[in-house]
Design a protein around this ligand. Structure first.
Ligand code: IFG
Length: 489
């Protein structure tokens, strides 16, 4: 049993006790599900779908047998304590079989992700080392953001990202669907947004847009991997693609051309025009109807061309619209100045923002500090891709920080979690996306999931090194940082 399978688990479990023996998967092995548990059955089917092609074993999924049989995998809710919550699980080898105990789909699903990492990355023997694991997340919001507006990414590419997020127990994918350079979702009542606004991109980027069916396909795919899609329509700034699509949205009634540059802050909706609020209401209404998750992200960032008073007026009406849709509002930290409502979520990204003010108004924080988790930032000066305006972010920089210690006056209960954005002004294809996200995103996943105490770069870097063969087996185009002694097995 190579140690890697114990010591390359990412994110690190809350509790792991090594035990003797193994659970060996053989042609006789079955995946058994407690009768009546639809969540367990869904997770078991997912696991079978992943292990059959990997191992070549039949691994039939059946209703749970009474007695536990060696070489079998069991899913059951019995014995799953309340401390596990919705996303926690217990995974243990007992009498040569493997048992996953959980209370909800996410728990069973995350037990499968850990089980996958306890099996070898690519070759047999398919043995799970004797182990007892009890595990559950520190934060409920653990995510990444893909900017499909500067440069578009296809349904299959987003599905690939969702698979990789799920492997590390990340449970939010924020899709930045609109910006100056592109509009990426069809809105039936304003079709030109996608038809015209989706026909451009940043220089060197890709044009395109999701049809409603494609967006719903992504939302369903995410849900089947315990991931909630968080759609963003950036308002009132970052709106050149919308303004270019409808002259009547513009203050002077003249539509600007499509924009292919990299500047920010030059565009704004006209807060004094009533049509602006019909536009916002129609767009968010159609998007809300498409989105199974509870969140609508309304952007709010870098509205440098919107007067402060106009911004406050505009954001107040947007909050009314989101509330009427029964959704939870998310916004970049500039929305703090517009006045928040209890339950709003504020995504902290800037160095000089005031999170205490947001918390005082009843908001919760999603931590995305640009100097730590803006993964469009270069690793180092030699990185060709990406930008460097916030910081150079090597693998250690993205790992060695804590969401609760970024600001002195923010406590554990104020922070909902962590999210690593990937802006795509310079990232135009899947390979480049993977290169910038991996391996830094694994560290973010650990920050979001694992206990704060005991976490250290010195220990993590060795675990990440041992995890390298797993990234390679998954075909991930990851950056071989010189900070990590990669095991090139
Ligand atoms: N800031 C802008 C993004 C993107 C980014 C690139 C936010 C909230 C710089 N706004 O980050 O649109 O241009 O690193």
């Amino acid at each position: 049993m190579n140690k890697a399978q114990y010591e390359s688990l990412i994110p690190k479990p809350v509790l792991l006790e090594k035990r003797g023996g193994v659970c060996s998967l053989t042609p006789e092995s079955r995946i058994c599900v407690q009768a009546g548990s639809t969540w367990a059955l869904q997770a078991a089917e997912y696991l079978a779908g992943r292990l059959r092609p990997l191992t070549g074993l039949p691994l039939p999924v059946e209703e749970a047998a009474q007695a536990f049989e060696p070489g079998c995998i069991y899913f059951t809710a019995q014995g799953a304590g309340t401390e596990l919550g919705e996303e926690g699980y217990q995974l243990s080898t007992e009498e040569g079989c493997l048992i996953i105990r959980a209370r909800g789909f996410a728990g069973f699903f995350y037990g499968c992700q850990t089980l996958r990492q306890l099996l070898p990355p690519a070759e047999g023997p398919w043995e799970i080392p004797g182990v007892f694991i009890e595990d559950y997340p520190r934060f409920p919001w653990r995510g990444s953001m893909l900017d499909v507006a500067r440069s578009f990414f296809t349904v299959d590419e987003v599905k690939r990202l969702l698979d990789l997020l799920a492997a590390y127990k990340l449970n939010r994918l924020h899709l930045h669907l609109s910006d100056d350079q592109g509009w990426r979702i069809m809105i039936d009542s304003w079709p030109n947004l996608a038809l015209h606004g989706g026909s451009g991109a940043v220089e060197g980027g890709r044009a395109g847009f999701f049809t409603k069916a494609e967006y719903q396909e992504l939302a369903a795919y995410a849900q089947s991997r315990a991931i909630t899609l968080v759609p963003e329509i950036d308002l009132p700034g970052h709106t050149n693609a919308a303004l270019a699509s409808y002259p009547e949205l513009n203050r002077d009634g003249v539509a600007p051309g499509l924009y292919r540059g990299m500047k920010v802050g030059f565009s704004t909706l006209a807060a004094e025009k009533e049509i602006t609020y019909k536009f916002v209401s129609d767009v968010l209404g159609e998007l809300a109807a498409l989105t199974p998750g509870p969140y609508l992200h309304v952007g709010g960032d870098e509205a440098h061309s919107t007067k402060d008073e106009e911004y406050r007026l505009f954001m107040g009406r947007v909050q009314d619209i989101v509330a009427e849709l029964g959704k939870t509002l998310v916004g970049w930290d500039e929305i703090i100045q517009a006045g928040l409502r209890p339950g709003d979520l504020v995504q902290i990204w800037r160095k000089d923002t005031r999170p205490r003010e947001a918390v005082r108004q009843g908001a919760k924080l999603i931590m995305s500090p640009c100097t730590r988790v803006y993964l469009d930032m270069k690793y180092g000066p030699e990185t060709e891709l990406g930008q460097d305006w916030a910081a150079l972010i090597e693998v250690e920089d993205a790992y060695s920080w804590d969401p609760v210690s970024v600001y002195p006056d923010v406590g554990e209960e104020d922070v909902l979690g962590v999210e690593a954005p990937l802006w795509t002004e310079t990232i135009h294809n899947l390979g480049d996306m993977e290169y910038m996200l991996f391996p830094r995103l694994l560290g973010v996943a650990e920050i979001g999931w694992s206990p704060r105490q005991g976490r250290s770069w010195e220990e993590y870097r060795l675990r990440l090194a041992a995890h390298g063969p797993r990234l390679r087996a998954a075909g991930v185009n990851f950056y071989r940082s010189g900070q990590v002694p990669w095991e090139e097995r």
